[in-house]
Design a protein around this ligand. Sequence first.
Ligand code: ADP
Ligand code: 5GP
Length: 206
Amino acid sequence: MSRRDKGAILVLSGPSGAGKSTIISAASGQIGMYYFSISTTTREPRVGEVDGKDYFFVSKESFEEDIKAGNFLEYAEVHGNYYGTSLTPVNSALEEGKLVIFDIDVQGHRLVRAKMNDITTSAFITPPTLRELESRLRTRCTDTEEVILNRLKNAKEEIEALNEYDFTIINDSLEEAAEEFVIVAKAARLKYSQETEEKFIAQWLA
Ligand code: ADP
Ligand code: 5GP
């Protein structure tokens, strides 16, 4: 038996505009085999976003059907839209021994903890200040004024959940934040399920 029979989960949360996507792309070559969980959402695609790559963009009706069918590992309403993680691809990636990375909000993190705590590690990613977050959202140029104000309001609430996470990554210098992310991703792989630990102990004793 190898120590890593099954994969592990790394949950990333943080305000929209914190730099989560940027950090993952900057570090992607240094964290081994991973699967980035593509969420399903009812929000409109931003300019440049691709269906099936950034998100699966669906209608409210289709999302609600998936909820009824029990297809989501977790879902939440964020900024007035639904966002959810489909169960099937996550389970397949875990079976393949991959690190599964989620970019989900604080409600989603709580739900993943409730279901898969023993293989979950989490990090909250944030710019150094609220002011800097606002500046990045404006520079990104993907949202209307109303959407930006809504995201900032949400960010003020989300930061209060910081202490629920294993690690905090302050995205000031991108290079340093990406280095810290690599360390967290490597640590996340060292978290084994109770089942794997029990098997390992039995084998160790044999
Ligand atoms: P998220 O995925 O968390 O919503 P993004 O990765 O889209 O955030 O980043 C938001 C904006 O901030 C983008 O325009 C990105 O280029 C910029 N950005 C990310 N990290 C930094 C950084 N360390 N310094 C300055 N700008 C950054
Ligand atoms: P955005 O609209 O900027 O892409 O994402 C808005 C927020 O929704 C972010 O905080 C992001 O982490 C969160 N989010 C994205 N996908 C999911 C998901 O599948 N589940 C949950 N709970 N939150 C998500």
